[in-house]
Design a protein around this ligand. Structure first.
Ligand SMILES: [Zn+2]
Length: 314
């Protein structure tokens, strides 16, 4: 069922709503809550969650015999709904970052009221998932991010079936994110980072879609999912384990390397060309053996820009 999470009026335009999907058996709180589009240019997450809502609505309508939703699922595919319309990362009226507005405020600015509505709807869920992408210049391997996790959370993170699980400590600086606001509630919170901003990357989206369905199966929310055997391909990367490579020189960076490949030290991963003469300025080589978890996609390079990130097998 689609409902309005929040209906708001706007100056000199029609009122607008932030829609969400409530699917499955009626309950006071959802068993799983999925959120995307806090940043309006992060389209992979919005696409994945809209497809997940379509799929689960299909399950409810009996289109997938053998599958059954046992508990309620809440899906908010696009929090920054106006930003998405305008291709804007931030909230269009005041350029504020919606992921710096939590826990929100009932009598605050529009963005604070939206933040409060999102938190209220999701905070009592057993499992909470917030989807993001990297920026528009950089592509990241679809990954689970954990912030100062418990062992139970580490175990649950494997249910997504994604190759990379990355640990971070809770930031003492960014205390106004949705993830931070969730952490004080019982239940488990996960952040998924999927690909690059500003575009829909079908391969990544399909992989994460399958991951979310597997997650719902493994957590007993969706019955009848055939679950893959074994998860030995999943790598758990502790904080500080990634090797970053920065550009030594400015130029045009071109690479046909795909994220998610295992690379060897010294392996050629791309080239920096002189943007005018076209000659090769620098061969870009892997700084370590490991998994290529992120690579720059914007070709124009300044000295010191991050080129790529590799995570050695732990
Ligand atoms: Zn984001």
């Amino acid at each position: 069922m689609k409902r309005d999470l929040l209906l708001m009026t706007a100056p000199v335009r029609d009122s607008f709503d932030i829609p969400c999907h409530e699917i499955g058996p009626k309950a006071a709180h959802p068993a799983a809550a999925f959120v995307a589009g806090l940043h309006g240019d992060e389209l992979n997450g919005t696409f994945i969650l809209s497809r997940l809502a379509d799929f689960l609505n299909g399950v409810e309508a009996g289109k997938h015999p053998g599958l059954k939703l046992l508990k309620k699922v809440l899906i908010i595919p696009a929090v920054n709904v106006l930003g998405i319309n305008l291709r804007s990362r931030t909230w269009p009226f005041d350029k504020s970052d919606m992921n710096r507005m939590f826990p929100g405020n009932v009598s605050g600015e529009t963005t604070q009221r939206i933040a409060l509505a999102v938190l209220e709807a999701t905070k009592k869920a057993e499992y909470r998932v917030d989807l993001h992408t990297s920026g528009v210049d950089f592509e990241e391997l679809p990954q689970v991010r954990l912030y100062s996790p418990s062992d139970a959370q580490r175990a649950t993170a494997r249910h997504f079936g994604l190759t990379a699980i990355m640990e971070r400590s809770i930031s003492p600086v960014f205390t106004t994110t949705l993830m931070h606001a969730w952490q004080v509630w019982p239940g488990q919170s996960f952040l998924l980072r999927v690909g690059q901003g500003g575009t829909v990357q079908l391969g990544h989206c399909q992989q994460v879609f399958r991951g979310l369905v597997a997650f719902l199966g493994q957590t007993g929310i969706l019955a009848g999912v055939s679950l893959a055997e074994g998860d030995e391909d999943i790598c758990h990367f502790r904080q500080g384990s990634s090797k970053r490579l920065y550009a030594g020189k400015a130029g045009t960076f071109v690479s046909d390397c795909q994220v998610g490949r295992w690379v060897r030290t010294g392996q050629e991963l791309g080239y920096i060309y002189d943007s005018f003469s076209g000659n090769v300025i620098e061969k870009v080589e892997a700084p370590a053996n490991g998994l290529l978890t992120g690579i720059r996609r914007h070709p124009l390079l300044f000295e010191g820009d991050l080129l790529l990130r590799i995570n050695p097998k732990s």
